[in-house]
Design a protein. Structure first.
Length: 112
């Protein structure tokens, strides 16, 4: 798949815009956790590691959706579309991955 070179300022800054949107979305997701009682708890070492596990796949997913949107869709709302589709899709995939991984480990421990 050949990607066109960015031609506008928005297209050149799209990865940074999407990184900012994804970062804010991850922080908002973490703030919903029942153990998070203050804003500063979001920046504890355990939460920062989890942020990396959530941020990287989510950003990659939104970038894939962004580039597919540019390739197959006309218009100017590519960043918005990538965020609206990529972030929920990635969060769902990550949570399911962890849930299935925990179930596999539990079954292994029971049978082992």
């Amino acid at each position: 798949m050949e990607l066109a070179h960015p031609t506008t300022q928005t297209e050149r800054l799209a990865p940074a815009y999407l990184a900012l949107i994804v970062g804010i979305s991850c922080l908002l997701l973490f703030s919903l956790d029942h153990e998070t009682t203050s804003f500063w708890k979001l920046f504890e070492p355990g939460n920062l590691v989890a942020l990396i596990f959530y941020f990287l796949p989510t950003w990659i997913m939104t970038m894939i959706v962004y580039y597919l949107s540019i390739k197959y869709r006309s218009g100017k709302s590519h960043i918005l579309l990538a965020a609206l589709i990529g972030i929920p899709l990635a969060f769902t995939a990550i949570i399911l991955f962890f849930m299935l991984g925990i179930k596999v480990v539990q079954e292994f421990m029971i049978s082992g």
